[in-house]
Ligand binder design. Structure first.
Ligand SMILES: Nc1ncnc2c1ncn2[C@@H]1O[C@H](COP(=O)(O)OP(=O)(O)OP(=O)(O)O)[C@@H](O)[C@H]1O
Length: 348
């Protein structure tokens, strides 16, 4: 009968103990034993008995419950039961014995009902393959060669940091050492400069075309920078993620804040810093790309930007002359992210 038809003495909760399990269909008529432990589970009564067993009884028993089997089960606060499941019937059928006849455990069932146990050979003397097969037959199913770890998902990595800290240098090197990275080419309404290549440095377009992309929601994020629009095309990210690439986005601190609002925790946010403020200023001076006014703006802005570090997932130091170790740190972050049990699921 079904569990719902049983009459437990306890009004609502029933504790079950699984003593041992049998495959009950020839040619597999054998005992799956010995159990490593006697799993016990408490269920509400009446309840979906199979669901409770499948979720509460731990491997190796739970995988066996999908097969046709007999199990010796006792209600700790009721009376012992014999369980049978037919492969075509999703419901577990429970035969309730009168208490006087009920088996307390498998040992109290007649010897004639007990299928032959599979002997596991001695680990000292047995052949490796023999032992493997015996273990396989004892747990009741073949050992799978499928990978145990899930396939890592492509990442979206947002790299940001104060001006002159070395973002471009880091990304350039990272792309050299790691082929599976796609650096997103930004769309811009700025006119192309001499030496620049369309599709490599930027996707150059008119203001009208750019605003058309905004209208059609084709940009993940965009900003007006010194009178020119710059934005991140969504389709490019989708295309490369579909091919398994990790996506690297290089944005200023404000852009990172916007992306955090859009992507939340689905992307990895890395804050790049120099080892000290004075080193950062020296690096900007040495680059010789800024006027003295622009230099002043950049160093003042950098001070403010450093306060935003707390909104990032990782901070990476790009110390003077140590670009390689900075690249290695970035690689470690990517590797660690890919080894996470619960991986980020970036969607754009
Ligand atoms: N580890 C390092 N040691 C010494 N110099 C470095 C290091 N990393 C980068 N640089 C130098 O610092 C300068 C700034 O680097 P880069 O242009 O990559 O910075 P950035 O963060 O992209 O700047 P911006 O945001 O202004 O574009 C460059 O001259 C670069 O060669």
């Amino acid at each position: 009968m079904r569990l719902s038809k049983c009459k437990p003495k306890s009004p609502s909760k029933v504790t079950l103990r699984l003593h041992s399990l049998f495959l009950d269909s020839p040619p597999f008529r054998r005992r799956l034993s010995p159990p490593t432990a006697s799993p016990t589970t408490t269920i509400q009564h009446p309840t979906n008995f199979q669901q409770t067993l499948n979720s509460d009884i731990k491997p190796p028993f739970n995988s066996m419950l999908t097969r046709r089997f007999c199990a010796s089960i006792s209600y700790l606060n009721l009376n012992p039961l014999l369980l049978t499941k037919k492969p075509t019937n999703p419901l577990l059928l429970i035969n309730q014995f009168p208490t006087s006849q009920a088996p307390k455990s498998i040992s109290s069932m007649g010897e004639s009902r007990r299928p032959a146990a599979v002997p596991i050979p001695s680990v000292e003397t047995a052949d490796r393959n023999e032992l493997y097969r015996a273990l396989e037959s004892s747990v009741g199913s073949s050992f799978s060669s499928e990978p145990l770890a899930p396939n890592p998902r492509p990442l979206i990595i947002v790299i940001s940091g104060p001006s002159g800290v070395g973002k471009d240098c880091l990304i350039k090197r990272l792309r050299e050492v790691r082929e599976s990275i796609h650096f997103v080419v930004t769309a811009t309404s700025r006119p192309m400069r001499a030496g620049e290549v369309n599709g490599k440095d930027y996707f150059f377009m008119s203001k009208q075309e750019f605003l058309g992309m905004v209208e059609n929601d084709e940009l993940l994020e965009y900003a007006l920078v010194y009178g020119d629009y710059k934005g991140i095309p969504k389709q490019q990210i989708r295309d490369y993620m579909a091919k398994g690439y990790d996506i690297v986005l290089r944005v200023d601190i404000q852009g990172a804040a916007t992306l955090r609002r859009i992507l939340g925790d689905s992307a990895v946010f890395v804050f790049l810093v120099a080892e000290s403020e004075s080193e950062l200023v020296m690096r900007l001076i040495d680059r010789k790309t800024e006027s003295k006014e622009a230099l002043l703006v950049r160093v003042a802005t950098a001070r403010e930007e450093l306060k935003q570090m707390k909104n990032f997932d990782y901070v990476v130091v790009n110390a003077e002359g140590k670009l390689e170790s900075c690249v290695k740190k970035m690689e470690s972050i990517i590797d660690a992210e890919k080894a996470k049990v619960s991986q980020r699921r970036a969607m754009v």
